[in-house]
Design a protein around this ligand. Structure first.
Ligand code: FAD
Length: 355
C-alpha cells in the first residue's frame, strides 16, 4: 500500500494545477489518472476546437502557454502544452490508474484503483472533470427516436455526418460551433429553449478575457451570479453571422421526437437522421458513490471546492465552483491554491498524521 499526503484524482489541467500548487506548499502529491497519457480530455475533443481564450489567459501555474500570447491556440497545441506541463511537474503521476472507490477512514482516505492497487492518502482532491459523464436530458420521445443520437462528447469532425439532416440541441459554445461547422456539410438546425446569446470575442481591440480580468469579474465570486443563466457564445463574428444567414437555422425547442421524425414547436414534422446533444456534462465522480459527498444532481456538496461532507476532500475544475473561470485553463491554478489552503487548514491533522 502507498501512503501519500495528497492524492489527486485526474491528471488533466485541474489535476496538474493542483499537484503543482501542492508541491509548492511542501506536499508530496500523487496524481492518479485513468487515461493512457497526458492531456486530460483534450485529445478526445473535436478536431476543429480552438480555444476561446488567448494563450495569455490559457496557462497553468508554473508554465505560461508558449508562443504569441494574443493568438487562440488549437486543440493539439493544448495537448502539447499539457504534455510538457506534466513532464515538468514535481509530482508522481500514474497513468492507467482508474480510481474505483474512495473511502473515508479515520485520519484520511483509502483509494482503490481498477487494477487493485490501494493508496492511503491524508487528503484527496477530485479533479476528474466531466467529460466521462455527458449530460443527456430526457426530451419527449427521444428515448424511442429511431435515428442516431450523439452526444457532443462523441462528435469529432463534420465528414462523419456529411449529407445528413441534423438537429443540434443546446445553446452553448460547443452547440453553436458544432452546428456551424456541420452546416457546411449537412442540413442543420440548432434548437434551444431560450434565445441564443452571443458575446463578441474582442471589444475595443481587446479580448473579452482581458476585460473580465481587468474588471475582476473573472475571479469574483459574484461573477457567476452576475452572468447567471446560459453561458454566452463567444463569437469572433462567424457564429452569429452563420445563424443570421440561416445556416444553421435556429429554431424553438421541438414538441417531441416521434419514430424517425421531429415535431417542431409549430406542429410541423420532418425526418431527421441525427440528433446531436450539446447539452453539457456533470461532474464525473462515480468513485464517491456511497460516501454521501455527492448531491442528487451529481454535483458534490461543497463550499468553494471543499467538501462539506468529507473533511480532507476537495474539488478542482467544477463549473463555477468559485468564479466564472473555475472550469477553465486560466482558473484551475487559482482554484487549486484556494482549495488546498482551505483543505489543509481544516484537515491539517490528517496531513500531519501521514507524514
Ligand atoms: P479533464 O480534462 O476532463 O481531465 C480529467 C482527467 O481525469 C482525465 O485525464 C481523466 O482520464 C481522469 N479521470 C476521470 N475519471 C477518473 C478516475 N475515476 N480515476 C482516475 N482518473 C480519472 N476551457 C478553456 O479554458 N478554454 C477553452 O477554449 C475551452 N474549450 C472547451 C471546449 C470543449 C468542447 C470542452 C468540453 C471544454 C472546454 N474548456 C475550455 C473547459 C475545460 O478547460 C476543459 O473541459 C478541460 O478539459 C477540463 O480539465 P479538467 O482537468 O478539469 O478535466
Amino acid at each position: 500500500m502507498t501512503f501519500v499526503d495528497l492524492a489527486v484524482i485526474g491528471g488533466g489541467q485541474s489535476g496538474l494545477a493542483t499537484a503543482h500548487v501542492a508541491a509548492r506548499r511542501g506536499l508530496r502529491p500523487l496524481v492518479l489518472d485513468a487515461g493512457s497519457g497526458p492531456g486530460g480530455s483534450w485529445p478526445a475533443y473535436y478536431d476543429s476546437l480552438t480555444l476561446f481564450s488567448p494563450a495569455r489567459f490559457s496557462g497553468l501555474p508554473g508554465m505560461p502557454f508558449p508562443g504569441d500570447p494574443e493568438r487562440y491556440p488549437v486543440r493539439d497545441e493544448v495537448i502539447d502544452y499539457l504534455t510538457a506541463r506534466t513532464a515538468a511537474l514535481d509530482a508522481d503521476v500514474r497513468f492507467g490508474a482508474r480510481v474505483q472507490q474512495v473511502t473515508a477512514t479515520d485520519g484520511g482516505f483509502l483509494i482503490t484503483t481498477a487494477d487493485g492497487a490501494v493508496v492511503r492518502a491524508a487528503s484527496v482532491v477530485a479533479a476528474s472533470g466531466g467529460f466521462g459523464s455527458p449530460y443527456r436530458p430526457a426530451l419527449p420521445g427521444l428515448e424511442s427516436f429511431t435515428g442516431r443520437v450523439l452526444h457532443a462528447a462523441e462528435y469529432r469532425r463534420p465528414d462523419e455526418l456529411a449529407g445528413t439532416r441534423v438537429v443540434v440541441v443546446g445553446g452553448g459554445n460547443s452547440a453553436v460551433q458544432i452546428a456551424a461547422e456541420l452546416a457546411r456539410r449537412a442540413t442543420v438546425s440548432i434548437t434551444t429553449r431560450g434565445p441564443l446569446r452571443f458575446q463578441r470575442q474582442r471589444i475595443l481591440g481587446r479580448d473579452f478575457h482581458w476585460w473580465l480580468t481587468r474588471t475582476g469579474l473573472d475571479t469574483s465570486r459574484w461573477g457567476p451570479r452576475l452572468l447567471s443563466g446560459t453561458v454566452p457564445v463567444i463569437d469572433d463574428g462567424r457564429y452569429r453571422a452563420a445563424i443570421v444567414a440561416g445556416n444553421p437555422d435556429h429554431r424553438p425547442f421541438p414538441r417531441r421526437f416521434d419514430g424517425d421524425r421531429i415535431v417542431w414547436a409549430d406542429g410541423t414534422g420532418e425526418r431527421v437522421d441525427v440528433v446531436v446533444l450539446a447539452t453539457g456534462y456533470r461532474p464525473d465522480l462515480p468513485y464517491l458513490t456511497g460516501t454521501g459527498a455527492v448531491g442528487e444532481t451529481g454535483v458534490p456538496l461543497h463550499d468553494g471546492g471543499v467538501s462539506t461532507v468529507l473533511p480532507g476532500m476537495g474539488f478542482v475544475g467544477l463549473e463555477r465552483q468559485r468564479s466564472l473561470a473555475s472550469a477553465t485553463l486560466r482558473g484551475a491554478g487559482r482554484d487549486a491554491g484556494f482549495v488546498l489552503d482551505r483543505l489543509l487548514r481544516r484537515a491539517g491533522r490528517h496531513v500531519a498524521a501521514a507524514r
